[in-house]
Design a protein around this ligand. Structure first.
Ligand code: SF4
Ligand code: SF4
Length: 665
């Protein structure tokens, strides 16, 4: 064994030892979190890893930045082959992967090609951060230093790898061995060693040491950097929520008398997965870049929520683990000292942050859990919510309407209630807005008329329907939400309901994804899906009324991002004769929230600009004379937006059911 091998083994053991201690420490931190089973459904989880982590599907939603990351990610994955070769050489110097035969050609060409690609990707990443100054990449000083160190280390890995290859080619007298394919290294070698190859073997050793040492520094720096995601992103994606109910909020056990804490006040109330989210954030800022609250000048930044979780874990977990009882940090809490209630109440629960996050971080669950603590433990919520909660408790709707008037909109329409005759195909779940809001009552009427035209056998619950609990739940009032859901489930199950159709995406999402948590399993469809079917099957025929309309469709977050319904409403609009469908700049899964979700419908917007005005402006920029929507909240917010731009005369806001009815035979 040569001296080189002995020194290498010492450095290798030291590096692995330090890395082991760093990872063990973080593992210990995660263990202070609450238990949560994320070990089910292995095939779906593996599929997610293949698509999101290895296929980089979310990263590539931004084509330029995505491609850079894709190249660096896969470059690094492929460099692992070279790293393994270099490490084995540390133990046994003559080792080479040449024994792979023809496969060695692939190894060498990959190193050359990806070496060049990663080199330019790093240069471009530095350019975007420091010259182009891309907004979402402009963090604080420590963020900048961290990013520069990481990009610098990546550059050193690549350059030292090329240094080795170039020197090796020269040391071998510019003769490549069988299966060795190194076009770049060969050309560079000719240039760098043009004056002679005497030092080539020595330089190979120098570059080998630089390469191996940079890799050891890199892997030990990661646990202290935002780039810890190099280790955690695959597991974080693997353990992320998945399936068609992945955006359902977690239910709370309110019956357990031993539970002393509801919601999240501090890090020990988070689950291990929520803490892992903190350790996986790459600080790329994609979540904040799409957040409607952040975009309109509110204090909320989903990126900072996740960053602060990690910060607080790193502050409190060591104290908890070592049993320290007296420390200033123990007087603080995550909520209030790191994340303010102003941030938490600014969230519209639009889900854009979760949807965009390339490493499947679940910001929204953490935000709602923190709201639960504010409402259930501290009674700390905006004053405007007092009447909302009160109305939900007494009138079963967020508004001050009498529960007995819930079915007044249906008078004269000859619609039976379930109490009168429960033998039907569909239950039409009307929702609070469809029942009480004078504008949206018209949508309930239009949709009912469409169903009657198509001979759909449907009923309503009438005065027996209660709010679906979405508003209370997203506002953190889980007691109230569960009470409403359970009473509704009891009623629905009592009537043996199988199929439900609703025009409200919030009702739709709750009924479809959250009622099953309480024993309410139904086939739930949105009215846009049913209308689309009725038109396709010819049960509703459209006529040409000679009008020309330019229509833009505003995607509801709870219909689109939450439930992947983008095409059905558009299909109907495009089938209406004379309709020219124009898209807003941010549409479909990149659609911008109207500002009303998560209970924001009932809260004043006192900071920054108004979200609904931002969205309405975008709709007006299309030149459309009609804004089509498929959600009562969106309709209200867009109508208010139109009013604030004094465009009510020129532009109208209509539900898709109204547009189809107007144009049906
Ligand atoms: S859910 Fe929407 S509003 Fe809330 S933090 Fe995420 S992006 Fe912002
Ligand atoms: S939470 Fe996700 S999207 Fe937001 S900064 Fe972190 S990694 Fe990027």
């Amino acid at each position: 064994m040569e001296l080189k091998n002995i020194i290498f083994i010492i450095v290798f053991i030291l590096s692995l030892g330090i890395l082991y201690l760093s990872l063990k420490k973080i593992w210990g931190y995660l263990k202070i979190g609450q238990k949560e089973n994320r070990f089910d459904d292995v095939p779906s989880r593996i599929k997610n890893v293949l698509k999101i982590a290895l296929g980089q599907s979310k990263i590539l939603r931004e084509p330029v930045a995505g491609t850079i990351h894709f190249v660096i990610f896969w470059g690094f994955m492929l460099f692992l082959i070279a790293v393994i070769e270099a490490i084995i050489q540390g133990f046994y110097s003559p080792f080479s992967l040449k024994f792979l035969g023809p496969l060695y050609a692939a190894v060498t060409i990959i190193k050359d090609v990806f070496g060049v690609l990663v080199f330019f990707a790093v240069i471009y990443a530095l350019f975007r951060r420091y010259i182009q100054k891309v907004d979402r990449l402009q963090g604080g000083r420590s963020e900048k230093i961290d990013a520069t160190i990481i990009l610098g280390l990546i550059m050193f890995v690549v350059l030292s790898m090329f240094g080795q290859n170039i020197s090796e080619v020269a040391a071998n007298g510019f003769v490549l061995s069988e299966y060795e394919v190194r076009p770049v290294s060969f050309a560079l070698s000719k240039i760098f060693y043009a004056s002679g190859i005497e030092n080539a073997r020595l330089m190979y050793e120098v570059y080998w040491w630089i390469h191996i040492l940079v890799i050891f520094v890199f892997m030990n720096y990661l646990p202290y950097s935002k780039h810890f995601h190099v280790y955690t992103s695959l597991p974080n994606v693997y353990f992320a929520k998945h399936g068609d109910k992945k955006y359902a909020l977690k239910t709370m056990d309110l019956e357990d008398e031993n539970v002393e804490q509801f919601g999240v006040a501090d890090v020990e109330h988070l689950t291990w997965k929520q803490m892992l989210d903190g350790y996986t954030c790459t600080e790329c800022g994609r979540c904040t870049a799409v957040c409607p609250a952040a975009n309109t000048g509110k204090l909320l930044s989903p990126k900072n929520i996740i960053k602060n979780i990690r910060k607080r874990v790193e502050e409190k977990a060591p104290l908890m683990i070592t049993g320290v009882e007296e420390n200033e940090a123990l007087n603080k809490t995550l909520v209030n000292d790191y994340i303010t209630s102003e941030e938490l109440w600014a969230c519209t629960t639009c889900n854009a942050c979760v949807y965009e996050c390339p490493v499947s971080i679940e910001h929204l669950d953490s935000i709602v859990e923190m709201r639960r603590n504010l409402v259930l433990m501290e009674s700390d919520f905006p004053a405007e919510l007092n009447p909302v909660f009160k109305n939900l408790e007494t009138n079963f709707t967020p508004w001050a309407f009498n529960a007995q008037d819930r079915a007044d909109w249906a008078e004269g329409l000859n619609i039976k209630t379930m109490a009168e005759d429960s033998n039907c195909e569909y239950l039409f779940w009307v929702g609070c807005a469809g029942s009480f809001d004078s504008r949206y009552q018209k949508v309930s009427v239009a949709f009912s008329k469409l169903m009657q035209k198509a001979n759909i056998d449907f009923r309503i619950l009438g005065t027996e329907e209660k709010c679906n609990g979405d508003t209370a739940r997203r506002l953190g009032n889980e007691y109230l939400a569960q009470m409403l859901v359970q009473e509704n489930v009891e009623k629905l199950n009592g009537y043996g309901v199988k199929k439900i159709v609703t025009a409200c995406p919030h009702c739709f999402n709750s009924l479809k994804t959250e009622f099953p948590q309480f024993g309410g399993d139904y086939e739930v469809i949105h009215h846009s899906e049913l209308i689309d079917d009725l038109i396709s099957s010819g049960k509703i025929e459209l006529k040409d009324n000679g009008e020309k309309n330019k229509v833009t469709y505003h995607d509801s977050c709870y219909l689109g991002r939450y439930n992947d319904i983008y095409d059905e409403p558009r299909n109907q609009l495009s089938k209406i004769s004379g309709v020219e469908l124009v898209e807003m700049e941010r549409s479909k899964d990149k659609g911008f929230c109207c500002g009303a979700g998560g209970g924001r419908m009932f809260l004043e917007e006192t900071t920054g600009t108004r979200i609904n005005e931002d969205r309405t402006k975008e709709a007006l920029e299309t030149g459309a004379d009609t804004i089509a929507s498929a959600c009562p909240f969106c309709m209200t917010m867009m109508t208010d937006g139109i009013k604030s731009f004094e465009k009510s005369e020129e532009v109208s806001v209509k539900d898709i059911a109204e547009l189809v009815l107007e144009n049906s035979k």
